[in-house]
Design a protein around this ligand. Sequence first.
Ligand code: FEO
Length: 396
Amino acid sequence: MGKKITDKVTWVGKVDWELNYFHGHEYSTSKGSSYNSYLIRDKKTVLIDTVWLPYDQEFVSNLKKEIDLKEIDYIIANHNEIDHSGALGELMREIPETPIYCTANGAKIIKGHYHQDWNFVTVKTGDTLNIGESTLTFVEAPMLHWPDSMMTYMSGENILFSNDAFGQHYATESLYNDKVDNCELFAEAIKYYANILTPFSRFVTKKIEEVLSFNLPLNLICTSHGVIWKNEPAQIIEKYMEWANNYQENQITIIYDTMWESTRKMGEAIAKGIMETDPSVTVKLFNASKEDKNDIITEIFKSKAILVGCPTVNNGLLHSIAGILEMAKGLKFKNKKAAAFGSYGWSGESVKQLTEKLKDAGFEVINDGIRSLWVPDCDEVTKLVDYGKSYVSMLK
Ligand code: FEO
């Protein structure tokens, strides 16, 4: 059911408490998500975005309780990934002539997904739509995070409908950022940035600088996932500027997989060496086969350096480590140092392969890594502790 945000704007989206994965199984959503859609009632009536396809009938049925669909003058499709455009088919069956405002790329994407030639009105940055007391201004935001992405600013109410930008996969019935657990909220916001927006960071910085240069008053940022930023909405903009600027904390993350615990013991000995040399640094260890992959990516995002460990198996790597490094490569992390480690019994190629993959993924590899034959004994553990000490010294 709808939730009133201002006199003119009502939230008409779907909170999805059950969602465990997003983008297929590529993104874990342990806190669920929401697909936020907004109904604006001024002299004209406008619907901004819809919801994910499985909820299309529920969405349209609820929308009918808010308004006679024939009263909708315009639909604005800020971004047309299926989680936002999924209910268009169901909606357009009822109001097929209603104009859909979107970018030129948006029209192509909608046609490609739904194979319908609806009444598209393509817009560019600076184009406006007067709807009565308020005016809507469109701001293209290509690659934040799709080619079609745009934002819509509503004057008078001073609302930025930002779509995916500033969002989080976070289910809440409370709508606003000051009504939820802020530890959870920011954990989901940084996870979202790390796993989705990292490769587009230079566009994030440019777009935010452009939007700020308009000096528009801002009361609310209405995202398409998670909370509406109502209390100090600029705080999430400031966070994005920080995250987009080669973000790192004083953290070293050790990611490994292990078959018979030798590589785990190596990682723990290296961690000991790091902590003995620099107690101020946060060291975290994750077994990639047990820990959530997107949480590991978030920890890499927060790190100034990482170590990746894997035993050699069948002349190669374990799949969990290969998978994490493939994800990291796509995300194009910048300004992070790295090295590799791993146990072996005979051929022992893993460290060399890890080193190459780390370089390929854009990490600055600071040494050739370290290997241990079979199970590390006391002397080997001492060597690994010393390696940890030298690793942290090399970061300075
Ligand atoms: Fe929330 Fe890019 O879709």
